[in-house]
Design a protein around this ligand. Structure first.
Ligand code: Z5A
Length: 205
């Protein structure tokens, strides 16, 4: 089973993806937890290039091709082999991030994005995707509390992030059976329980 988590930076998706992995392991399941971009030697090196603030001049087409190259490598080396062994694969971001960030955020042609996603994924999509929806104002306040510096992608500005959020909401409407929007403005534990109950029917079907 393949499950992905999506949302804006700081929405709490990594926290929830890790909690789901722990819960599944406590139920005796084999679970592989991955984050994108990354997860293979090549994909991790691409990640460094993508997030490096020295690369502010990176073109939009280079950006989407690099995210997609990292994903293609991860699918071939890690995701497909794990799914063939009946392992649960939980991915912190997948190709919906490309549609939301490079398509809606950067403004790349959505048909081009769709074609690149199709080539990179080879048609492999998660059975369920959890989109954690948090208002931008809350994300800013979480970021300020963390005190961490911004990377290249995080330096995009408020309008960039609002377009990305609208992109995710558009995807939820386009694929309501796969993508589930969860209101992320609740406690970590309340969200963990809601996500478990949303996914429970998928696990038993
Ligand atoms: N990107 C792209 O453009 N195109 C693509 O195709 C792909 C990615 C795959 C990767 O960044 C960047 O690449 C990302 C999108 C882009 N850029 N941006 N901007 P990353 O891997 O470094 O990070 P991230 O995935 O964006 O986010 P993250 O740092 O992993 O954060 P998160 O997963 O969204 O949230 P978190 O780590 O679980 O929590 C963030 C903080 O909030 C933390 O202090 C928590 O303690 C706190 N938190 C968590 N849950 C809650 C609740 N419920 N209430 C209050 N506070 C909470």
């Amino acid at each position: 089973m393949f499950i992905s988590f999506e949302g804006l930076d700081g929405s709490g998706k990594t926290t929830q993806a890790q909690l789901l992995a722990e819960t599944l392991r406590s139920h005796g399941r084999d679970v592989l937890f991955l984050r994108e971009p990354g997860g293979t030697e090549i994909s991790e090196r691409i990640r460094e290039i993508l997030l490096d603030k020295k690369h502010l001049h990176m073109t939009q087409i280079s950006e989407i091709l690099l995210f997609s190259a990292a994903r293609a490598q991860l699918i071939s080396e890690v995701i497909r082999p794990a799914l063939e062994k009946n392992c649960f694969v939980i991915c912190d971001r997948y190709a919906d991030s490309t549609t939301a960030y490079q398509g809606f955020g950067r403004g790349l042609n959505l048909e081009t994005v769709r074609a690149i996603n199709a080539a990179a994924t080879g048609g492999l999509w998660p059975e369920k995707t959890i989109f954690l929806d948090v208002p931008i104002s809350e994300l800013i306040s979480r970021r300020e509390k963390s005190g961490l510096p911004l990377d290249r992608m995080e330096s995009g500005g408020l309008e960039f992030f609002e377009r990305i959020r609208q992109g995710y909401l558009h995807l939820c409407k386009e694929e309501p059976r796969r993508i589930v929007r969860i209101d992320g403005m609740r406690s970590v534990d309340a969200l963990r329980q809601e996500i478990w109950s949303v996914l429970a029917s998928t696990f038993t079907s």
